[in-house]
Design a protein around this ligand. Sequence first.
Ligand code: NAD
Length: 295
Amino acid sequence: MADACIIDGKKFSAELQEDIKQRTNILKKEHKIIPGLATVLVGEDPASEVYIKNKEKRITEVGMVSYGKRLPKDISEKDLLAVIGTLNKNPDINGILVQLPLPHQIFEKNIIASINAHKDVDGFHPLNVGALSNGNEGLVPCTPRGCMILIDSVCRDLTSKTAVIVGRSNIVGKPLAQLLLRANCTVTVAHSHTKDLPDLCRSADILIAAAGQPEMIKGDWIKPKAIVIDVGINRKKTQNGTNRLVGDVDFEKALKVAEAITPVPGGVGPMTIACLLENTLIACCLQNGVKVPDA
Ligand code: NAD
């Protein structure tokens, strides 16, 4: 059997980013509006700093304005809520992204719920979560949306396909289940208490791995010709002591069985930021009562 097609997330992300740049330009020319995104980082976690700088860079690349907010790690929940309140009121800011995780003194759910739902470009606010589950318009979480674009690149019609998602987090597994249901898949969400996971995975036409467990999904857990989307990002020590990024799927083995598969790195990861840019554009148009420029 031929090796699986490797779905190039970098390519699709670059295409989406270019598309958003053009649509942002149309918005500027036709309506004199420039979308703005506030990125809030609490503390100095090096990984979070890298993520947030990357987001800020990409925002400016598409012609939007980035408003970076750096806050001390010992900020109280009350003070952080006050910062969010100010950003909510600022009409130049169309999207608010609070980098997670937050320090232990802050209850994340309170912060997420305090963001104006129309500016919630992460799609984590309860109103957007509800909209996703009952089929209303709302802002959709970026990583699941990115997964759907990658799946669509290899399979246009998902009707009647069996999808298994390994992982039930609020940011990946659960919202992705809603999007796959909307696409007429039959969806099962597995988690750490699921029995007979290998067998369940073998039933999937579309297998999504989002457990955060390095190379947990073996080649013989994959149905021949399945589409495999690997969301996991894990650091693995190599024999020479350096770190290597791996996904949740044993990529080399899966390549021999699947029809199409995303690599790590270079698969789902790059799509997440591109979808954040798209959400910022959508949020900006909704707040200004203008139609989102066509792609
Ligand atoms: P999480 O820790 O919040 O959730 C993990 C889920 O996996 C849980 O529901 C848990 O029950 C399940 N799980 C854990 N071990 C399991 C096992 N052995 N068998 C079955 N289920 C198991 O994680 P998350 O935030 O959803 O992230 C998951 C992975 O995706 C991580 O590696 C994370 O780094 C990555 N991630 C990538 C992106 C991206 O942009 N590519 C975005 C978000 C998360």
